[in-house]
Design a protein around this ligand. Structure first.
Ligand code: NAI
Ligand code: OAA
Length: 325
């Protein structure tokens, strides 16, 4: 049996956290032979609810669950953490954009970045889910100067999975057969879901769908899916968000299949002319616990405009939180 690894989850008693804890303990994230210690962080008033989650985790008797820590102290939650899923933050309600949460949620990520800096494993892999995820990841990264900046990422895998589902429905292919989807940019309504390279069983899919559908239906549907879920459910996506967070870390830790890539919001290297440093979603290939941005893809005029628009929004968000960086 392998040695347990430590997985910190913030907002662990919230909607997404409640899903994550059980699926990670079941082995869905790191595999059926990898024991885990869950290190769960909540705000003090939610410690009672968190205790209930811990009771249920014990009751489920997961073979892979080595231990559970429940705390309201980030220094304890991040101690020696190998993975940190930063979920704890306020969700948006109807009529809001995710960036409207920046003033309130941004304050959470500086102190958590510092606690990661001081206590986590030097190789900790950080995924920010709490919105606005890209800029919150930038805030956490800025507060952790002793950690590799590359290890701070934000989640656009849910958008990637949503795009697979929409394209599968249109083309009659199964979503699992579709490879090389891309989400560029921000986890927001400016994101650019790009199907130009998407293929199923070796066959390109873009040529078979009409440009009007792609531009006027598909792109807005993916960009607005979070809002559509809030309208339908009265609460933001939770099970699909947790599932995609698990996908993000699993790909990063265990690798992407040959001939495919995943979308991850990572610190820009300047690839594709994007401002270095902002946390921008790119197509990424993962191997040996590392990711690399897929370089050299053709950028046409339509894509350039879309990629620049979502970059501009991320620069504006960075400006808005300059005092926290
Ligand atoms: N990146 C993405 O694709 C997605 C991001 N989200 C975002 O994830 C976040 C969480 O969503 P839900 O779980 O639905 O919200 P929720 O309100 O059900 O749970 C959030 C939990 O975080 C806790 N929390 C708040 N501040 C905290 C802090 N400083 N430290 C630790 N815990 C703290 C709260 O007590 C609460 O239990 C929201 O910001 C939401 O917008 C949601 C879906 C997808
Ligand atoms: O839309 C929201 O506010 C929650 C979220 O990030 C998503 O579902 O993509």
């Amino acid at each position: 049996m392998k040695q347990p690894v430590r997985v910190a989850i913030t907002g662990a008693a919230g909607q997404i956290g409640y899903q994550l804890c059980f699926r990670i303990a079941a082995g869905d994230m790191l595999g059926p032979d990898q024991p885990v210690v869950l290190q769960l962080l909540e705000i003090t008033p939610a410690l009672g609810a968190l205790e209930g989650v811990v009771m249920e985790l014990k009751d489920a008797a997961f073979p892979l669950l080595a231990d559970v820590v429940a705390t309201d102290d980030a220094n304890v939650a991040f101690k020696d953490a190998d993975y940190a899923l930063l979920v704890g933050a306020k969700p948006r309600g109807p009529g809001m954009e995710r960036a409207d949460l920046l003033a309130e949620n941004g304050k959470i990520f500086g102190p958590q970045g510092r606690a990661l800096n001081d206590h986590a494993s030097r190789d900790v892999k950080v995924l920010v889910v709490g919105n606005p995820a890209n800029t919150n990841a930038l805030i956490a990264q800025a507060a952790a100067p002793d950690l590799d900046p590359r290890n701070f990422t934000a989640m656009t895998r849910l958008d990637h999975n949503r795009a697979l589902a929409q394209l599968a429905e249109k083309t009659g292919r199964h979503h699992a057969s579709i490879k090389k989807m891309i989400i560029w940019g921000n986890h927001s309504s400016t994101q650019y879901p790009d199907i130009r390279f998407a293929e199923s069983e070796g066959e390109g899919l873009a040529a078979g769908v009409d440009t009007g559908w792609y531009r006027d239906s598909f792109i807005p549907a993916v960009q607005q899916r979070g809002a559509a879920i809030i309208k339908a459910r009265g609460a933001s996506s939770a099970a699909s968000a947790a599932s995609s967070a698990i996908d993000h870390i699993r790909s990063w830790a265990l690798g992407t299949p040959d001939g495919d890539w995943v979308s991850m919001a990572v610190p820009s290297t300047g690839a594709y002319g994007i401002e270095p440093g902002i946390i921008y979603s790119y197509p990424c290939v993962c191997e040996g616990g590392n990711y690399r941005i897929v370089e050299g893809l053709d950028v046409d005029e339509f894509s350039r405009e879309r990629m620049d628009a979502t970059e501009a929004e991320l620069r504006e968000e960075r400006e808005a939180v300059a005092s926290l960086l």
